[in-house]
Design a protein around this ligand. Structure first.
Ligand code: CA
Length: 230
């Protein structure tokens, strides 16, 4: 089945070269010029991947990304024009999968898109991977439970969601904002401290199970990730 791509880009010339390149590779592309249109399109028919220009007349690709991330982990690639934008993308504050800096070659964009779609297809085929053999923590998506050293780990709803989110993408750093979106999904009373408090609770539960290694890693000014090696 043809993969659908949502392209947000307000400059027609850039959009045209990307449309041509992506369509030549067999992708179905929905092109919009405004952030509002991108969100309408995303809600009407969620694509397989979104390419978002950062600077658009009615807002920014960052806002679109944030809104999408409330309900979806769909791959997102940013088209950035300036260095200060790149810094924000690299900070992973926004949960982007990749970025391309203008001016770029359409072929490069296509190659990135293909690579990301391959990765996410692998993740769909095996949702409870990629925990390697012997990993202490195992996420069982079907049963909605996590085991530690083969034994069921009792967790509250949000503890489970938080740990599951980290386990689905080992070593990937999630910012507190992303975790609030992904785990608490827009609940009004959450803050950075909610995330920190739950990480603390999880670490205590793991320690109580005799887990010595610090599996949940803190990355200064960036967020949290989970280690599954050893
Ligand atoms: Ca633009």
């Amino acid at each position: 089945m043809r993969k659908r791509i949502l392209l947000l880009e307000d400059e027609q010339a850039i959009a045209d070269t990307l449309l041509y390149a992506l369509q030549s590779e067999g992708f179905e592309v929905q092109h919009v010029r405004l952030a509002g249109q991108a969100l309408d399109e995303f809600r009407a028919q969620p694509p397989d991947l979104a390419i978002l220009d950062v600077g658009v007349p009615d807002g920014s690709g960052f806002d679109v990304c944030r809104a999408i991330r409330k309900t979806s982990e769909m791959p997102i690639v940013f088209l950035t024009a300036r260095h200060e934008e790149i810094d924000r993308v690299l900070g992973l504050e926004l949960g982007a999968d990749d970025y391309v800096v203008k001016p770029f070659s359409p072929r490069e964009v296509c190659a990135r898109v293909r690579a990301i779609l391959r990765r996410s297809a692998a993740a769909v085929v095996a949702p409870s991977t990629p925990a390697p053999q012997g990993s202490l923590l195992q996420l069982d998506e079907a049963a909605q439970r996590i085991t530690c050293g083969g034994e069921f780990l009792p967790l509250t709803r949000y503890e489970f969601q938080l740990l599951a989110t980290l386990l689905r993408r080992p070593e990937r750093i999630f910012s507190r904002v992303e975790l609030m979106d992904l785990v608490w999904g827009g609940a009004l009373d959450t803050s950075d401290r909610t995330v920190d408090a739950h990480v603390k609770l999880l670490r205590a539960k793991l320690r109580a199970r005799g887990v010595q290694a610090e599996l949940i890693q803190t990355h200064r000014n960036m967020g949290y990730s989970i280690r599954v090696a050893d």
